[in-house]
Ligand binder design. Structure first.
Ligand SMILES: Cc1ncc(COP(=O)(O)O)c(C=O)c1O
Length: 381
């Protein structure tokens, strides 16, 4: 047999084994994975129908119910990033013509609008300036106007650093016979969440932020009310890969092949969730809150101000105002290249106006706050 690529190409392809810089990931995600999570991910793969692997999937389901504080039987990981789990909630709950009301207070609200529209929803929006959140009274007024089948909100808006309060929203949705869909991508593991108590019907998250795993295995859950809507659909779920009915047969009692699970990512997710359970969920939330308050204090001490009102700030993601005349991108680049620290820039309306600093999962530690603020001081002069 003869090779069809040229010798020159082959030489170009003879690379050294992979090495990457050791960065401290303090941006909007991913955050650094815990060392034992990385270790778990380098364990030899099992087959995706091996009884031992199926047992690991069961453990993931139980642990996800714990971190989300839900009893939903349909609680699984989607093989894909947070956006895949986001699309799973929309694909399974929306039928063509359904009114979907989206609370847009940042970049990810717009993504929900885009996705719901692609599944044929009659999308309505309410908006807030980036950095603010909706009051219950504002949500009630919007429900009266739009009478939606689904209300979609982002619990932790990563583009702004604001936390949308959810107390009372589930009751409001029940009063209007509507499902409540919530994005918990930047809250799970770091911000108190009580899915069942708050009456959340559909939620999704990711593995690479508060849980401290690598991206690619994303939590997804549906309440019995959301399952009922799924079962009563007149049309098939338009997305085969994300169809909760089909996925349920792999994760549930049938245990039949649907897709080849990313085995090693599931190992990592299981370890990341185990670590949260070992620490205790409430203790984990408290650690995030304590360390972020230390971050806020230290940033303010060096003369920086924060974008969101204290009451609605996220423990996982802080938006720091860029001082006048400072080139936000250049500072972030120097932090990365000279200090090995990644932070995020502003998105959309906040581009160039804020930096986004994440303290999530394993990274939420005081020594990381010190390292970042000391570097910031140096770089800002
Ligand atoms: C609030 C929110 N929703 C959805 C996503 C999408 O997740 P992913 O990038 O893992 O696809 C993100 C990503 O940062 C996010 O912050």
């Amino acid at each position: 047999m003869t090779e069809t690529i040229s010798i020159r190409d082959r030489q170009r392809l003879q690379l050294a084994p992979l090495t990457v810089p050791n960065r401290l990931l303090l941006g909007p995600g991913p955050s650094n994975a815990h060392p034992t999570v990385l270790q778990a991910m380098s364990t030899a793969p099992l087959g995706h129908l091996d009884p031992v692997f199926l047992g690991i999937m069961d453990e993931i389901q139980s642990l996800l119910r714990y971190v989300w504080q839900t009893d939903n039987p349909m609680t699984i990981a989607i093989s894909g990033t947070g956006s895949a789990a986001m699309e799973a909630t929309i694909a399974n709950s929306v039928e063509s013509g359904d009114v979907v009301l989206v609370g847009v207070m940042g970049y990810f609200g717009h993504r929900l609008v885009d996705m719901a529209g692609r599944y044929g929803a009659d999308v309505r929006t309410i908006t807030k300036p980036w950095g603010q959140v909706f009051s219950l009274a504002e949500l009630r007024t919007a429900m009266e106007t739009h009478r939606p089948a689904i209300l979609a909100l982002v619990h932790a808006e990563t583009s702004t650093g604001a936390r949308q309060p959810l107390e009372g929203v589930g009751e409001l949705c029940r009063e209007f016979g509507c499902l409540l869909l919530v994005d918990t991508v930047t809250s799970l593991g770091g911000v108190p969440i009580f899915l069942d108590e708050w009456g959340v019907d559909l939620a999704y998250s990711c593995s690479q932020k508060g849980l401290g795993c690598s991206p690619g295995a994303s939590p997804f859950t549906m309440s019995p009310r959301a399952m009922e809507k799924l079962q009563n659909r007149k049309t098939k779920v338009a997305n085969w890969y994300l169809d909760a009915g089909l996925l349920g047969k792999y994760w549930g009692s049938d245990r039949v092949y649907h897709h080849t699970a990313p085995i090693n990512l599931y190992y990592g997710l299981r370890e990341a969730l185990r670590l949260v359970a070992e620490e205790g969920l409430a203790a984990c939330w408290q650690r995030h809150q304590k360390n972020v308050e230390y971050l806020w204090q230290r940033l303010e001490d060096v003369g920086l101000s924060l974008h969101v009102d204290r009451e609605f700030r996220l423990p996982t993601l802080t938006t720091v105002c860029v001082p006048d005349g400072v080139d936000a991108k250049a500072i972030a680049r120097t932090l990365l290249l000279e200090h090995n620290i990644e932070i995020g820039g502003g998105l959309g309306e906040l581009a160039g106006k804020v930096w986004r600093v994440g303290l999530m999962g394993y990274n939420s530690r005081p020594e990381n706050v010190d390292r970042l603020v000391d570097a910031f001081k140096q770089v800002l002069g």
